[in-house]
Design a protein around this ligand. Structure first.
Ligand SMILES: [Zn+2]
Length: 196
């Protein structure tokens, strides 16, 4: 169908969490929105990918390389927190529970899906640990099978090295905005981290 309204709704409905009805409602909302907002939204969407790049130090996604966290002198260099995804990194940042550095895996160990140490860029992490005198790696993956397997892989890779490996006490809250209770939970999860 070449109806502009349905075409727009169909594109919006491909976004996660957006059903057909919501897509139509958003389309009608856009039809009434101010012109400059629509222009800005269109430009931001069209150029989003070229304005965001992975950080060559930690693999966070940012507008510059190194990212804003790696280029912040005020952070604790002795601890690196290992996270599955950029949203997980943000969840931890928003909780204020951690002031060290990060390594973003962009996935978790899953050999059946072809995700091994190479895909998770563990070599990049190992090189950083060797170079920067890191004293502790905090594994903040989910408490799923893949999350546990990833934590075990990290422990195995750094076995015998002079770096402590710990695991946060509970998983990272997933999906949407961090609630106040999630912030408290994350704070406690970091405080209660255990050596593995
Ligand atoms: Zn970075």
């Amino acid at each position: 169908m070449t109806n502009a309204i349905f075409q727009m709704a169909e594109l919006l409905a491909r976004l996660p969490g957006i059903g057909q009805r919501t897509a139509l409602r958003l389309t009608f909302h856009l039809l009434k929105a101010p012109e400059e907002y629509l222009q800005k939204l269109g430009e931001e969407i069209a150029t989003l990918r070229e304005r965001v790049c992975p950080c060559s130090e930690c693999r966070n996604l940012s507008q510059g390389d190194p990212c804003e966290i790696c280029s912040d002198d005020g952070r604790d260099d002795s601890v690196i927190c290992i996270v599955e995804s950029v949203p997980d990194l943000w969840a931890i940042e928003n909780s204020g529970a951690f002031r060290g550095r990060y390594h973003v895996l962009h996935g978790m160990l899953s050999p059946l899906d072809g995700i091994g140490p190479g895909e998770l860029k563990i070599d990049l992490l190992a090189a950083r640990v060797a170079k920067s005198g890191t004293r502790e790696l905090v594994v903040a993956t989910r408490s799923s099978v893949e999350g546990e397997a990833t934590a075990m892989l990290i422990r195995h890779v750094f076995e015998g090295r002079d770096v402590k490996i710990s695991r946060i006490a509970s998983g990272i809250p997933h999906g949407g905005e961090l609630e106040y209770s999630d912030k408290m939970t994350l704070g406690r999860a970091f405080e209660g981290r255990r050596e593995i």
